[in-house]
Design a protein around this ligand. Structure first.
Ligand code: ZN
Length: 231
């Protein structure tokens, strides 16, 4: 344990993001399928903000508008940085654990058949979501955390962390879809995987001015309302 703590300390350095510095340390999470890294920002103690994020090359790196991964990651980091502490668990789970090639095949099938990516995966003989968050939760246990504020809309992540004896306060991540494709993806996640998303956020709307106004303005009020319905 002392060796692990020393190795963690040896990774400590400063990271500058959006013009502000934050201390970061890096802990590996070994695992061929559901592993990755835990990035510890600042002095992490109970009640820290935690984001468990599955790798999405398109969203995280290429800033694709077609899913919410990029905005979720950016917002999580904004909140962690504003708090001055927190944990980003970044898991190498591209394409809901199916890998980038299968993700691309799924997206192609979706385009060709007009179905969501969950249906595409099923048609390709793939599990719709093969991710496990066990290793992520175990990493939080290793860090000695007994309570966290989890930045997520995904009930599977909440369940996994709680099953490891860590008290979870859910902090919903409300990000605005940037196009109808992203909105349809959010709707599919809500419908197929039970993601805790406000219905009005995932409804594909026409671009009539009134609709957009009605959707954009009450976002903060709606996210407060959403918080009340969460576990
Ligand atoms: Zn994505």
């Amino acid at each position: 344990m002392a060796k692990a703590a020393r190795r963690l300390a040896e990774t400590g350095h400063r990271l500058t993001r959006k013009g502000r510095e934050v201390d970061v340390r890096v802990m590996p999470i070994p695992g061929s399928d559901d592993g990755g890294h835990a990035l510890l920002f600042g002095h992490v103690t109970d009640g820290a903000l935690v984001r468990i994020h599955s790798r999405c090359l398109y969203g995280d790196v290429l800033q694709s508008d077609d899913c919410d991964c990029g905005p979720e990651l950016e917002k999580s980091m904004d909140l962690i940085q504003a708090a001055g502490r927190g944990v980003l668990v970044y898991l190498e789970q591209e394409g809901r654990g199916a890998g980038l090639v299968n993700k691309a095949r799924g997206l192609r099938t979706s385009e060709q058949l007009g179905v969501d990516t969950f249906d595409s995966y099923e048609r390709l003989g793939l599990s719709v979501d093969m991710r496990s968050y066990r290793l992520a939760a175990e990493a939080l246990v290793t860090l000695g955390l007994r309570s966290v504020r989890l930045l997520t809309n995904n009930p599977d992540k909440v369940r996994a962390v709680r099953e490891h004896g860590i008290a979870v306060t859910v902090v919903p991540l409300v990000t605005r879809p940037r196009n109808d494709r992203a909105r349809r993806y959010l709707e599919a996640k809500r419908r197929r995987r039970g993601h805790m998303l406000p219905l009005e956020l995932v409804t594909v709307r026409t671009r009539r001015a009134g609709h957009w106004r009605g959707w954009l303005l009450p976002l903060s009020r709606r996210s407060r309302r959403l918080r009340l319905r969460l576990p």
